[in-house]
Design a binder for this molecule. Structure first.
Ligand code: AMP
Ligand code: MG
Length: 429
């Protein structure tokens, strides 16, 4: 099949097709030290109440509320981690420190600032109420109460909660292993002096950053040549240890665009062109776990009824991103990032959106949905979107510092200046 023979798929349909073909990779148990940024695979329920014991909220005196207004003999101390083990007798008080266990018999704590102390006698104010100034067992969490649902990302507070419940390790979604390759004979390693007609391989570093932000473990394959056999060897070597292949370049219709034919020979190309600007040549394929060496062999295996056993393993997904730097990052945002999040078990696959007022008249150039890059500015209670300038797919300056993407429908209609649109938020000003 010639690359141009691929139907132009609507961008939204393409995005849901990618997600349909993407599966959760399974869970692994990870110690807390490595949990930051990971996705919880199973919900956490409190096995025991938190706090587990009545714990003083202040420094002061543990007393009976009924003893309010009386001078009380101080008979001991309950410091954090060093409880007073005997019950509190009527007419007595226990000096208590923040985090100390409220002794049996006591039902409230009086703050240090509110008492008069003379020798070992403390006079507390009258009108005390049971329950004052301490955290009752289960005040923060009751036993059996849901704590965190599956699918949330583990940040500082979530990890703190797990630790407070005594969980030393958590079940989290496995990170996708991604093999990343740039293609094109014009590319040189960044840092080397480009010869005439050569450019630095910038996509590798941009996509590496994007992949890591999305939670992937990345293996860098470097620069693949515009030569079918060498390219094939490089990809085949890498596929064994990868869940995902991401390439940039080599997907348009020029003679040196080898990615589509390569993916066709390894598996099934589901999407070869999308109605999206930038990003029309975006390509998506699935590859059986153990790819057969040639399409002929695959065909004969199918004839022999062997398709399922020897050729299947865990299916891999492959994304052929366009070479232009902005196209590769925008198609990453639209198609790859949600898929990587689904693989890890994120409940939330998409970026958040917010209504913003368009600060310019937006027109899509042509028959494709356009993802325009904008910065956002606060005006009163509103966010106003301003274009980042020329939206050329080679101009990374249109994406650097952009706060959001706005979707402009195809056709002459566009969206008028001053309209409210739902913007896909990358970061906030
Ligand atoms: P292609 O899709 O291979 O035809 O590439 C389209 C455009 O993107 C060409 O101008 C390439 O030079 C450029 N390009 C491709 N790969 C990269 C890369 N890794 N880094 C920067 N630019 C690239
Ligand atoms: Mg190329």
């Amino acid at each position: 099949m010639r690359a141009s023979a691929y139907p132009l798929v609507d961008a939204e349909i393409a995005a849901s097709l990618v997600l349909e073909r993407t599966a959760f990779l399974g869970a692994e148990t990870v110690p807390l030290i490595d949990c930051a940024g990971r996705v919880l695979a199973g919900g956490i329920v409190a096995a025991a109440p938190l706090p587990a014991f009545p714990s003083s909220a202040v420094d002061g005196y543990a007393v009976r509320a009924a003893d309010g207004g009386k001078p009380l003999r101080v008979v001991g101390e309950s410091a954090a981690g060093r409880p007073f083990e005997r019950p509190l007798e009527p007419g007595t008080a226990i000096r208590i420190l923040t985090g100390g266990v409220l002794p049996r018999g006591a039902d409230c704590v009086v703050m240090m600032e509110d008492v008069k102390l003379s020798g070992d006698v403390v006079t507390v104010p009258g009108g005390l109420k049971p329950g004052q100034n301490f955290h009752a067992p289960g005040a923060d969490l009751k036993a059996g109460e849901p704590v965190l649902p599956a699918g949330v990302q583990l940040g500082a507070a979530e990890i703190g909660l797990a630790a407070a419940l005594g969980l030393a390790e958590l079940s989290v979604g496995r990170r996708p292993r991604v093999a990343l390759m740039s293609t094109g004979d014009e590319l040189v390693e960044v840092g080397k002096e480009p010869g005439r007609g050569q450019i630095p391989d910038s996509n590798r570093w941009a996509l590496l950053a994007a992949l890591r932000e999305a939670g992937a473990e990345v293996r860098l394959l470097g620069i693949g040549p515009d030569e079918p056999d060498a390219l094939r060897r490089l990809v085949l070597d890498a596929l064994g240890g990868a869940d995902v292949l991401v390439t940039s370049g080599g997907v348009s219709v020029g003679t040196h665009d080898l990615i589509k034919p390569l993916l066709e020979s390894l598996g099934d190309v589901h999407i070869g062109r999308v109605k999206l600007k930038p990003g029309k040549p975006f390509t998506f394929a699935t590859i059986p776990g153990q790819p057969s060496p040639t399409p002929t062999l695959r065909a004969s295996a199918t004839r022999m009824g062997l398709t399922d056993r020897p050729l299947r393993g865990r299916e891999k997904v492959a994304f052929g991103l366009p070479g232009f730097p902005v196209s590769s990052l925008v198609t990453f945002e639209v198609f790859v990032r949600p898929a990587l999040r689904k693989m890890q078990g994120f409940a939330q696959l998409q970026r958040p959106t917010l209504p913003v007022r368009l600060g310019y008249a937006a027109r899509a150039s042509g028959d494709r949905t356009e993802y325009q890059r904008v910065t956002l500015r606060r005006e009163g209670r509103e966010l106003v979107a301003v274009s980042t300038g020329s939206q050329s797919s080679s101009r990374l300056m249109s994406l650097a510092g952009a706060h959001a993407l706005v979707r402009i429908p195809p056709g002459d209609q566009g969206i008028d200046e001053g309209s409210i649109v739902e913007a896909i938020i990358l970061s906030l000003p």
